[in-house]
Design a protein around this ligand. Structure first.
Ligand SMILES: [Zn+2]
Length: 141
């Protein structure tokens, strides 16, 4: 793609000696439109870049959260929650730990969504041993 410019070659092509024939009527607006498009593209590109950067930082902090700093919510950390999760789901966990795990899953930005995804999003946090307080519809005994 060659850029539309006002080089002598262009006007020479139209060959009017007695005056300039700078641009065809549609040409300027077309050029402006192109410039605006390019500006828009630049803005969009910047926004996308910024968003990508934010995503990268978020992902990085997530990863470092896994390996180094664990979320301590409900008096229990992520790795412990993960270790107890199966027992928690099946309701075989002891009462104290169940409470901690439940609290953690409610507060932890990392484990909460993961657990909800694991359980399909419908069977929620209490689908276990807390049957006396909250019983999900499908789990009533
Ligand atoms: Zn967690």
């Amino acid at each position: 793609m060659s850029e539309p410019t006002n080089t002598p070659e262009n006007s020479a092509g139209q060959d009017h000696e007695d005056g300039w024939q700078p641009c065809a009527p549609g040409e300027i607006s077309g050029m402006v439109g192109r410039i605006q498009d390019r500006r828009r593209a630049i803005v969009v590109g910047r926004t996308t870049f910024a968003a990508a950067l934010v995503l990268c930082v978020a992902a990085a902090s997530q990863f470092s959260g896994f390996s180094a700093a664990e979320h301590d919510c409900g008096g229990i950390v992520c790795s412990d929650v993960m270790a107890h999760l199966e027992a928690y789901r099946t309701g075989t966990l002891d009462e104290k730990t169940t409470g901690q795990v439940r609290l953690h899953l409610e507060e932890c930005p990392q484990c909460g969504p993961k657990f909800r995804k694991m359980t399909g999003g419908s069977a929620q946090l209490d689908a276990g041993s807390f049957g006396d307080t909250v019983v999900m519809a499908g789990f009533a005994r």
